[in-house]
Design a binder for this molecule. Structure first.
Ligand SMILES: Nc1ncnc2c1ncn2[C@@H]1O[C@H](COP(=O)(O)OP(=O)(O)OP(=O)(O)O)[C@@H](O)[C@H]1O
Ligand SMILES: [Mg+2]
Length: 470
């Protein structure tokens, strides 16, 4: 075979040679925009060229030069694999500009991991699919739910998420027929009377119907006219629970379902004014067969264990709730954080992904902090060398010490000792078995292959560095 033929054979074997122009163009655009939508890109090309661009795109994906990220129910998007960035430079260089897609110039990447309080934008809410779908199964029949989880695990974010119209629709409920009333009970102090609680419930429902309610105009008029009269007649001091019942009755008659989202439910648990009869009354609202009402509570502990009052514990109120425990997220859920990074112009390498999973232990708040940290490093082009991982963890911890100090302050002395043993790589004695189980239940330790370990490497280092113990 002549040298020419050999060269041709090689070119045919290596399909990519024939598409190098298209590949260079695609990668050039990936660099400009941060991420690519395949269909959109192919269709933006002149018709006779489309097939070649499609094939070139497929080669790049097959060769893992372009990485795919797919958020649930969203179109896949592709970004340049950061580990291949150097090697593809020659393909991109000298490329000719001029397609429509190139007009979408890449903005300066903006860090999407800024949340420290509840997530309100549904596009930034990750995971929790199973819990959400079960909650909607119950809300479909206006059944009560109780969300339980430690601090910053995402309870309030979840309450906001499930009440969003788009989400309600996605789970096949009619957002026009469901009225979600969010209610933070934290603001209620020791002197709060149950009437204050109900009046707030009443006025919040009215404002939800007036300002945000997806009701038809004539229905709004009818309901608010009647409730306005109630408002005028009574004011706060003359308000009676029956006024709330009237309002709920009116809505239920028109087939509207009201879902009360009681956040920080523990705030009323130890208030003596909220006694046995209060829970009975509340139950009567959600249990009344002519009312279409459901309660969703959020609290750090099971609502049943919130009160020490034995009589209250016997209230039927507690019997109708199904508990949903929120704990750390799994890899698939944490993967959605990485997709969000890609959408905003930063691709985390596999090493960074592993570090985020290990430092955060799947805790969404810590994952948010870790992603925030690495996002800034990646967009400035900084490489994470293995020898510098410890240094990065130190910088990260020094920025966020107060959050780890909070985890630490939430456990008692015996639990602290047990955590310190684990952090120092020692095995706590058998008398710590019960304590380890308690810590496991609050997600601070996890059991793997029969051994306990601290859920997050960052928290583990924080404990190791505590001078008092060390
Ligand atoms: N599903 C989620 N997706 C993305 N980030 C989340 C999610 N859940 C929680 N977070 C992160 O955790 C932080 C705390 O969330 P949130 O305020 O909802 O928790 P919480 O359980 O209500 O906390 P607290 O007990 O203090 O009231 C958010 O700012 C966000 O960074
Ligand atoms: Mg909260």
């Amino acid at each position: 075979m002549t040298a020419k033929k050999r060269a041709k054979g090689k070119r045919d074997d290596n399909n990519s040679y024939n598409f190098s122009h298209q590949m260079g163009h695609i990668l050039y655009m990936a660099q400009l925009t941060g991420n690519l939508d395949k269909k959109n890109l192919v269709e933006s090309m002149p018709k006779p060229e489309r097939d070649r661009y499609k094939q070139a795109f497929e080669i790049l994906v097959k060769k893992e030069v372009l990485l795919k990220a797919q958020k649930r129910n969203k179109k896949p998007i592709f970004s340049i694999n950061p580990e291949r960035a150097e090697e593809i430079k020659p393909l991109i260089s000298g490329f000719v500009r001029g397609t429509r897609r190139e007009q979408h110039r890449r903005q300066i990447p903006s860090n999407p991991f800024f949340h420290r309080g509840p997530i309100k934008d549904i596009g930034h809410f990750m995971g929790r699919y199973d819990v959400i779908s079960h909650i909607f199964d119950r809300l479909r029949h206006t059944e009560d739910c109780s969300i339980i989880g430690p601090r910053a695990i995402g309870k309030t974010s979840l309450l906001h998420f499930i009440s969003h119209n788009e989400v309600v629709k996605k789970y096949h409920l009619d957002p026009k027929k469901y009225i979600f009333v969010y209610y933070d009970l934290q603001r209620f102090g020791e002197n709060t009377q149950t009437k204050d609680f109900y009046y707030e419930m009443f006025s919040k429902t009215v404002s939800q119907i007036n300002f945000n309610g997806p009701l038809k105009e004539e229905e709004i008029k009818k309901i608010t006219k009647e409730t306005d009269n109630v408002n005028k007649k009574i004011g706060r001091s003359l308000f009676e629970i029956s006024d709330l019942e009237t309002l709920i009755g009116l809505l239920s008659e028109r087939d509207y379902k009201v879902v009360y989202l009681f956040d920080e439910f523990e705030s009323i648990a130890n208030n003596p004014n909220f006694d046995f009869s209060f829970y009975g009354q509340l139950r009567a609202l959600s249990g009344n067969p002519t009312f279409q009402v459901a309660f969703v509570t959020a609290s750090k502990k099971s609502i049943y264990t919130l009160t020490f009052d034995e009589e209250i514990k016997t209230s039927p109120f507690f019997r109708y709730f199904e508990d949903f425990k929120l704990g750390p997220m799994d890899s698939e859920e944490i993967g959605e954080f990485f997709d969000l990074a890609i959408e905003n112009g930063a691709v985390f390498s596999n090493k960074i992904r592993t570090l985020i999973e290990e430092w955060s232990g799947g805790h969404p708040f810590l994952a948010q902090l870790c992603c925030d940290y690495f996002f800034d490093l990646v967009v400035t082009g900084e490489k994470i060398k293995p020898s510098e991982e410890e240094k990065h963890l130190e910088i990260f911890l020094s920025r966020h010490k107060k959050h780890f100090a909070y985890f630490w302050s939430q456990v008692n002395k015996k639990q602290q000792t047990c955590l310190w043993w684990l952090a120092s790589g020692k095995r706590p004695g058998s008398d710590y078995e019960g304590i380890l189980e308690e810590l496991e239940q609050s997600y601070l330790v996890e059991k793997k292959d029969g051994n306990y370990r601290i859920f997050s490497q960052a928290f583990e280092k924080f404990i190791r560095d505590i001078p008092f113990f060390g």
